[in-house]
Design a protein around this ligand. Structure first.
Ligand code: SIN
Ligand code: MN
Length: 210
């Protein structure tokens, strides 16, 4: 394998596995079309943090449960805030999980984050799931984003990497609880989304009863 090329296990990124260019352009377009179906059924909303601050990303979910945040805290809910059930996880996203997660179990939730030119996401851990035995698989579509990853403890050394459309990152094993976030997106860097911006899909096993 040439230096910097992703093999079947991806490139190591602070213990996470990074698969640059995992999805080709037609696969990215198929996934965007599927995401449009999800958003039509369960529209994007702008969540609030526990402290009542609006997040800069807009989000929705697919699957048996979806991640929501408001003054009551971070949690998985069986319904979109409008009261409708979350739509099914697109088969194209499930196929990515099957290819990179390395586990038999299927995800039961797929978070859809939409970043406009100003959106970002602070360093955090994904820890609202019932078990951390299953990986988190994240798919990038659209504009490039500066992804930062650190360790399990807050405040340690971090490493940054520009994620491009079609890139996939899997946080599993020792990196399952790694701090991670998005410092900024590079507006206009991709032609995938006609109106620009970035979509991130995060597949997880929430493991909570709907
Ligand atoms: C997230 O951690 O929820 C999103 C990460 C990303 O947008 O790549
Ligand atoms: Mn996360």
């Amino acid at each position: 394998m040439e230096d910097g090329q992703a093999g079947a296990n991806g490139i190591d990124l602070r213990g996470a596995r990074y698969f640059p260019g995992f999805l080709d352009r037609p696969a990215q377009e198929a996934l965007v079309a599927a995401v449009r179906g999800v958003v039509a059924a369960a529209p994007l909303f702008r969540p609030e943090t526990r402290r009542g601050k609006q997040m800069s990303v807009r989000m929705t979910s697919a699957g048996a449960v979806g991640w929501v945040s408001d003054r009551r805290g971070y949690r998985y809910e069986p319904r979109h805030p409008s009261g409708v059930a979350w739509p099914a996880i697109p088969t194209e996203a499930l196929a990515v999980w099957e290819a990179v997660a390395g586990v038999e179990r299927a995800p039961d939730t797929c978070l859809v984050n939409y970043y406009d030119a100003e959106a970002k996401m602070g360093l955090h851990q994904d820890r609202d799931e019932a078990s951390f035995d299953w990986p988190v698989v994240s798919i990038s579509l659209g504009d490039d984003a500066l992804f930062r990853i650190g360790g399990r403890e807050r405040g340690g050394r971090t490493e940054s990497r520009w994620l491009a459309s079609g890139d996939v990152v899997a946080l599993g094993g020792a990196a399952r609880l790694a701090h991670h976030g998005i410092d900024r997106v590079r507006p206009g860097s991709s032609s995938l989304l006609p109106k620009g911006g970035r979509i991130n899909l995060t597949l997880r096993v929430a493991g909570v009863s709907p």
